[in-house]
Design a protein around this ligand. Structure first.
Ligand code: ATP
Ligand code: MG
Length: 492
C-alpha cells in the first residue's frame, strides 16, 4: 500500500544510516511498550514492520501490534508508547461496526495490543479504495497518467481533489506491490471474476461506511486498503481496517482551508522531524523524547477522534501482554529450554524435561554446541530474549562445558548448567569448566537432573509452581516425622 508514502520528493536515505539501535523506552517510564516479541511457546508465522503474527493452533492466529513505528518504509529505533494499542483497538472497533457488510477474521482481543483471528487463506491482492487524488496516484496523475489499475480518471483534477466517485485500484501483495487490473487479477488466477467483483463491491461499501462515520467526526477518509481471505468458502475481511497505518485521513477543516497540504493524521510530526533533521541525505533513526511523547498523544487523540472513546492504557507492554495470554490459556506463565551439546545427552535432558512437565511447565529440547556450531546460539537466543513470559535455560554439556557460558553470555534469562558425568572421576576432572565463568556470565551449576529441574522451576518464580513446591515440602517433612516415630528405637 502506498498511502503512507510521503509527498515530499526528497525522501532521505535511511540505508546510509549507521546509527546503532537504541530506543527511548527508558525515558518514558509511565507506559510499558512492546518492541520485538517472540516466544518459544507459539510459532511465529510472520514478522512485519510493526506487527508480529503467531500460530495459536492450525485455525487461529495471534496478531500483536508492537509499538514500533516506521517512516519512509524504515522501522525507527524509537518506540511510541500506546501506538500498538491504538492501532489494534481502532481496527477492532471497525471490525465490530462493519460486520453487517462482510464477516471478518476477529475472534477475540485478549489484550489492547493483540487480537486472535481466524487463520484464512489470504487472497494476494490489496484492495485500495481512493476517494481523493493524492499520494502516489497524484504523483502519477501530475505526470499525465490517467489510468490506475484499469480505472480511468478525467482530466483537470487538482491535487487532493475529491474524486467524482470512489475508485478501487488494486495492487498485488508482493515485496514491492504493483498495480494490477481486475482483468489481470482474474487471468493470473489470484481471484475468480465473481470473487473479485465481490471484493470490489464490499471494499466500496466498507469505504463508504467508514467515510460516512468519519465525516460525522470531522474527518475525511482519503484512501485506504483492505485485505481479504477465504474461510470455509466464505469471503472474510482480514488484516486491519481503517487504521492510520492502512488509511490516510485528513481533518475536513484543514482540507477545506488548505487543500494542497491538509493536516495528515498519525506520523506527520515524525516525518517532518526526520526530514528537518536529515543531514547529508542521512536520516536519523532515533526520535527525541519530545517527539515520541507528541506522537503518543497524537495516536491517543486519533483513537478518541475515530472511536469517540478513550484508549485504555493499563496493562500495556510485554508483561501485560504475557499476563493476558496466560489468562486466556494461550501460553503458560513460563517455560524451560533445555540445550544439549550433542544428541548423546538426550536421555539426561529428557529426565529433566519430565520433571518440569509434571509441574505443568512446558519444556523444549535443543541441540547446539558452543564449540562446534556456536554461531547458532545467537539465533536461538532471540526467541528466548524476546519472550514476554518467564523462561529458564538449562545447558547440558559435560566435557569442557562451553555451552552454559556461551548461553549465559547471550541470553537474558537464567542459565543453569547440568553437566552429565559418566562417573565421579569425570565429575572431578571436568566440573571446573561449568563452575568457572568469565565476568558478566552468570551461569549456575547443579549436578543432577532432578535438582536442575527443581532449580529451574524455582528460577521461574511462578506462584502456582511455588504452591506445588510447598505441598511437596510438607509431605517430605511429614514423611520424616513418621519415619522418626516409626523407627522404633528412639529410646537409648
Ligand atoms: N486472518 C488472517 N489469516 C491469514 N493471514 C492474515 C490474516 N490477517 C492478516 N494476515 C496476513 O498477515 C500479514 C500481516 O503482515 P504485517 O502487516 O504484519 O506485515 P507486512 O504486511 O508483511 O508488512 P508491513 O509491516 O509493511 O505492513 C499480511 O500478509 C496479511 O495478509
Ligand atoms: Mg501490512
Amino acid at each position: 500500500m502506498t498511502t503512507n508514502t510521503p509527498n515530499t520528493p526528497n525522501t532521505p536515505n535511511p540505508q546510509n544510516n549507521t546509527e546503532t539501535a537504541k530506543t527511548n523506552v527508558g525515558k518514558i517510564p509511565q507506559m510499558a511498550v512492546i518492541n520485538k516479541i517472540s516466544t518459544p511457546q507459539l510459532k511465529k508465522v510472520h514478522s512485519g514492520k510493526v506487527r508480529e503474527s503467531f500460530a495459536v493452533d492450525s485455525g487461529r492466529r495471534l496478531i500483536v501490534a508492537t509499538d514500533r513505528i516506521s517512516a519512509f518504509d524504515v522501522v525507527l529505533n524509537s518506540l511510541i508508547p500506546c501506538k500498538g494499542a491504538v492501532l489494534t483497538s481502532i481496527a477492532s472497533d471497525w471490525f465490530e461496526k462493519t460486520r453487517h457488510i462482510v464477516p471478518n477474521h476477529i475472534l477475540s482481543q485478549p489484550h489492547p495490543q493483540a487480537v486472535v483471528v481466524r487463520e484464512c487463506a489470504p487472497i494476494k491482492v490489496e484492495m485500495i479504495v481512493r476517494g481523493y487524488i493524492t499520494g502516489s496516484a497524484w504523483r502519477g496523475y501530475e505526470k499525465g497518467k490517467r489510468t490506475f489499475s484499469g480505472v480511468s480518471l478525467p482530466d483537470g483534477l487538482k491535487k487532493n481533489d475529491k474524486l467524482p466517485s470512489p475508485i478501487v485500484t488494486p495492487t498485488t501483495k508482493e515485496d514491492s506491490d504493483r498495480e494490477i487490473t481486475p482483468a489481470d487479477i482474474v487471468s493470473s488466477g489470484l481471484a475468480s471474476k465473481a470473487l473479485y467483483e465481490q471484493m470490489a463491491k464490499v471494499s466500496l461499501e466498507l469505504y463508504q461506511f467508514g467515510a460516512t462515520e468519519l465525516a460525522k467526526r470531522g474527518l475525511i477518509l482519503v484512501d485506504t486498503k483492505y485485505e481479504f481471505g477465504i474461510f470455509n468458502n466464505e469471503l472474510m475481511l482480514i488484516d486491519e481496517i481503517h487504521t492510520p497505518d492502512s488509511s490516510r485521513m485528513w481533518t475536513e477543516r484543514s482540507w477545506k482551508e488548505n487543500q494542497i497540504s491538509p493536516v495528515e493524521f498519525d506520523k506527520e510530526t515524525v516525518r517532518r522531524w526526520l526530514l528537518d533533521n536529515t543531514k547529508n541525505g542521512v536520516m536519523p533513526l532515533t526520535l527525541p523524547t519530545e517527539i515520541v511523547q507528541n506522537t503518543t498523544q497524537c495516536y491517543q487523540g486519533i483513537y478518541e477522534m475515530i472511536t469517540g472513546k478513550t484508549i485504555r492504557t493499563q496493562d500495556l507492554g510485554s508483561e501485560g501482554l504475557a499476563r493476558s495470554l496466560v489468562r486466556e490459556g494461550f501460553i503458560k506463565p513460563g517455560y524451560v529450554a533445555i540445550a544439549m551439546g550433542s544428541k548423546a545427552d538426550v536421555e539426561h535432558a529428557q529426565k529433566i524435561a519430565k520433571i518440569i512437565r509434571e509441574n505443568g511447565i512446558p519444556a523444549g529440547l535443543r541441540v547446539v554446541s558452543a564449540h562446534k556450531n556456536g554461531e547458532r546460539i545467537t539465533d536461538i537466543a532471540t526467541e528466548y530474549n524476546e519472550s514476554p513470559e518467564a523462561g529458564v535455560c538449562i545447558a547440558i554439556a559435560g566435557l569442557s562445558n562451553g555451552l552454559g557460558g556461551a548461553l549465559a553470555a547471550n541470553l537474558n534469562i537464567p542459565v543453569i548448567n547440568c553437566p552429565p558425568f559418566s562417573d565421579k572421576s569425570d565429575l572431578v576432572v571436568n566440573i571446573n569448566s561449568s563452575l568457572m565463568m568469565p565476568s558478566g556470565v552468570p551461569a549456575m551449576t547443579v549436578t543432577t537432573p532432578e535438582l536442575a529441574a527443581l532449580a529451574a522451576l524455582r528460577c521461574l518464580n511462578i506462584r502456582s509452581v511455588r504452591d506445588a513446591a510447598d505441598l511437596k515440602r510438607e509431605e517430605m517433612k511429614k514423611k520424616l516425622l513418621e519415619d522418626d516415630l516409626n523407627i522404633g528405637e528412639m529410646s537409648l
